[in-house]
Every structure is written in C-alpha cells, then in structure tokens.
Design a binder for this molecule. Structure first.
Ligand code: ATP
Ligand code: MG
Length: 342
C-alpha cells in the first residue's frame, strides 16, 4: 500500500535531489567546458543556475503546501454544504492527510450536534404549541360552568321576587357548576403531577370489589336513573388504592357518559372490565382515545377535558398493567385491565 511521505521526508528528498542535480551539473560543466573558460564568470553562472534551481524547488514546494492548505480551507468554509466528506487521500504529505481525516471527524461531530440541536428546537416548538392548545382546551372547558354560575347568580341578584323553589333550584345549579369546576381542576392537577413525575405511589393490599361498589354508589348520586351492575367476585390486589379508584371511576363514568343503557363491571380472576352498550368507538379512533386532551368531536359533554383515559393509562402503567379497549361503533365498548392478585 502506498504511504504518503511526511513533510520532513519530502523536504529532505527534495534537498538531496537538488544537491545531486547541482553537483552533477557542476561536475558535468567542469568536464565539458574547456579549462581556459572556467573563469570567475563561469563559476558565477553555475552558482546562479544552482540558486535558481533551489529557489524554483522551494517555490514548487510552497505551491504544493498552498494547494493542500486550500483543500483544508475549503472544508472549513463550506461546512454547511458538505453532505459526504471525502475520506480518500487528496494530499501528498502525511501531515495534511492526517489533518484531513481529523477535520472530517470534527466536521461530522459538529453536524451531528447541529442535527441534535435542531431536533431539540423542533421538540420545544411542538411542546409550546401543545401547551398553547392545551390552555385553549382548558379555558374552553372552564368557560361553560363559569358562564352558567354567573348567569344564575346574576338572575338571583337582579330579581328579588324569585319564588323560593326557583331560588333553591338556581342555588343548587350554582353549587353543581362549582363542583364541576372543582372536578376539572383536580383532574388537571392530577395530570400535572403525572407529567412532572411528582405523583408518588402508596401501595397497600386491598380488595377491589368494595372499592368498585363504593365508586358505583357515589356515581349513582350523580347519574340517578342509571343502572350499574357488578358481579360479586373479590379481587385482592397490591396497588395504590386512591389511584385505582380514579381508574374505576373514570372508566365507569365514561361508560355512563357514552351510553344510555345499563353499565356493567365484571371481575373475572385478575381481570377487571367495564362494559357498556353505547356509541362505541370507530376502529381508527381506538388508538387515539387514550391520548391527552383527545375527545371525539361528535359527542360533546360538559365537564370533559379528554384527560380521563390518559390518566387511566398512566396509572395502569405505574402498576405495570395496560388498558385494553374493545369497541364496536353503535354497539358498545369494553375497557379492561389485568392486575396481579395476592
Ligand atoms: N365508553 C366509551 N364509549 C365510547 N367512547 C368513549 C368511551 N370512553 C371514552 N370514549 C371516547 O374517548 C374520548 C376520551 O375519553 P376520556 O375519558 O379521556 O375523555 P373525556 O371523557 O372526553 O373527558 P374527561 O374524562 O377528561 O372528563 C372521549 O371523548 C370519547 O370520545
Ligand atoms: Mg372521561
């Protein structure tokens, strides 16, 4: 394999060549030129010719170095345009070849860093946009209960002659809307705790059945005419009780919101399922419903931020479990998950 000479080797080789050339020239000249012409002018001419040869050689050497430096300079000034760097030998001497290889490494590193920086900026930009979308969605959800509260309060304030029954009704509407705002806020705060990783787990061993019954009891107060069934199978698990309550509550409340008929909770072995016969979810939306702030546009409900299933998914993943969604449009849905029992 051809190895490039080092700069020193190159210069020494040049000097030796010139020395041999000049010496040969001198010997040849003294042999060829008759003795009577070998005067001072003759020696001076030989000296000038030798000097010119040395100078010419230095000039050619300098030009070569300049050409090699130009290639290096080209790399440095056109970093942006270089897609593929030429690692093949472009240089005559080893030092420049080494500089070339090192420069390519540095430039590739810079390019990599630049790409990383661009990706980071794009991510920040996306995050900012998502944050702004999120704020608009939140503002929108808060607007309804706030507007309702203000409306009822204004009516009560403006009309002193409102019959007591109506007054009571308006006051209870104000209370209910306040409760809605409170629920929206706590869901938002819970989500924020998940996002920032502040949510701490408090693991205990408990039976899911009484917890499910409790949640059903509380939801029955809000959804008075709805039937929620549960089979009486116990399931003792080791989990965060408060978080599991949130999971069950969100799934049952969704089933109540997105269906009109009876809702069923089934505990079979380690599996818990919440079943409804409601609007169902189109196959292309199933993957999206657990994304934060995702709500299908067709059914808009008060007090919905599209956070419920995202929170459920997070909680289940903290418990090394996952949400399985089976759904058929206009037929109903089953949301289930499996937990290790004890
Ligand atoms: N049981 C269900 N049947 C049909 N669609 C559902 C069901 N559960 C959830 N979805 C769909 O998934 C979307 C996301 O549900 P998710 O619980 O995350 O949000 P939400 O119920 O709209 O609002 P939030 O739970 O924050 O009050 C819903 O808007 C709805 O379109
Ligand atoms: Mg929900």
């Amino acid at each position: 394999m051809y190895t490039r000479p080092s700069l020193t080797q190159y210069v020494v080789a040049r000097l030796i060549t010139i020395f041999i050339f000049v010496t040969s020239l001198y010997i040849l000249a003294t042999v060829i030129v008759p003795k009577e012409f070998q005067n001072t002018a003759f020696h001076l001419s030989l000296f000038v010719i030798s000097l010119l040869l040395v100078l010419g050689s230095v000039y050619i050497g300098a030009k070569r170095v300049k050409r090699e430096l130009k290639v290096v300079e080209k790399y440095l000034s056109g970093v942006e345009e270089y897609e593929n760097f030429n690692r093949q030998a472009l240089f005559f001497t080893q030092e420049f070849e080494n500089i070339n290889v090192k420069l390519i490494d540095i430039l590739q590193l810079i390019k990599k860093k630049e790409l990383k920086k661009r990706k980071y900026h794009a991510k920040i930009k996306l995050k900012n946009r998502q944050r702004s979308d999120m704020l608009s969605a939140i503002a929108h959800e808060f607007r309804n209960p706030i507007a309702a509260t203000m409306g009822y309060a204004q009516t009560l304030n403006d009309d002193d002659d409102i019959p007591p029954a109506l007054r009571k009704k308006f006051l209870s509407k104000i209370y209910n809307n306040g409760q809605k705002i409170e629920e929206l806020l706590s869901r938002l705060l819970l989500w924020n705790r998940f996002e920032s990783g502040e949510q701490k787990m408090q693991i205990s061993t408990f039976d899911m059945l009484p917890l499910v019954k409790d949640v059903i009891h509380n939801l029955n107060e809000k959804y008075k005419n709805r039937e929620i069934l549960v089979n009486n199978a116990p399931l003792v698990i080791k989990a965060d009780k408060a978080l599991m309550e949130i999971v069950i509550k969100n799934l049952i409340e969704n089933a109540l919101k997105y269906s009109k008929e009876q809702v069923e909770v089934k505990i079979e072995g380690n599996k818990v399922s919440v079943i409804d016969r409601g609007v169902g979810i189109a196959p292309e939306h199933i993957d999206k419903v657990t994304k934060k702030f995702y709500r299908s546009g067709e059914h808009s409900w008060d007090n919905s931020m599209g956070l419920g299933l995202a929170i459920v998914k997070q909680i289940l993943s903290l418990h090394h479990s996952m949400l399985v969604i089976e759904s058929e449009e206009h037929k109903g849905s089953t949301f289930s998950f499996v937990l290790p029992s004890f």
